[in-house]
Design a protein around this ligand. Sequence first.
Ligand code: 0GY
Length: 296
Amino acid sequence: MDKNYLPFHANPSKPKFVVPVGAVDAHCHVFGPAEEFPYHPKRKYTPCDASKATLFELRDHLGFSRNVIVQASCHGTDNSALLDALKNAGESARGVAVVNPNISDDALKLMHDVGVRAVRFNFVKRLVDSTPRSVFLDIADRVKKLGWHIVVYFEAPDLEDLIPFLNELNCTIVVDHMGRPDVTKGVDHEDFKRFISLMENNEKIWTKVTCPERLTAQLPKNGQLPNYSDVIPFAKLLVEKFPDRVLWGTDWPHPNMKSHVPDDGQLVDVIPQIATSEILQKKLLIDNPLSLYWND
Ligand code: 0GY
């Protein structure tokens, strides 16, 4: 693990908010363990190992029933740890892979059989070297045939440039972490308005109202973790405006956090502040993820 890397919370609290039965944590990762599933030689960071067993314990502790496990950049295009977790989880997990353009149809089919339902295109410069958009478009054409969708990860300043590409993909797209807004600018800033109009203009675009811990500008104070009140308006607005196109996840084990180690129980307690009715909570935590990841 990198020097200064913050490992995940060792003892997360039990949330006060009781999630509805069948709820899905739709954004989380498994890392290693490195001895069994080595990290990619070209990775930009080396995390703390975060095994499938620990992820499944956390799922149960928080009251969730299912996980969507997302391949992270530290494993590159080697999806072995992800596929191993999916095989062990059976119907209780689905996956989002990162693939090479030269992957065979047979390998894609094997991934499908263990529960992969999407590929992730990462545009975050600190995490990956850039990939030509034509390569991504080719991958998208191939996985669409399996009924998969595309998960994209980018930061707000890159959105304007990416809009033509996102529209060209012409399939369901899930944008990680609300397009990573700079929350200090507020929900009325042009950057967030651009993201809202993207979702208004393209009904195939969904988003994960995730990562208050990553997006907040708050710092721990007097031994108290941030309450994420600066991120809540962004997520709440999206949940209310696009109730059928939002997903929620813990983002465990929270790679590359610098400011603090989030308490996953407290993150769950943010849910009723962004989805304020039982109807919205059920869409966010059950109906929406099931329709995308457990629809066959
Ligand atoms: C996340 C966030 C991060 C890392 C990755 O692929 C990755 O390595 O996704 C990050 O550092 O922002 O999505 O959990």
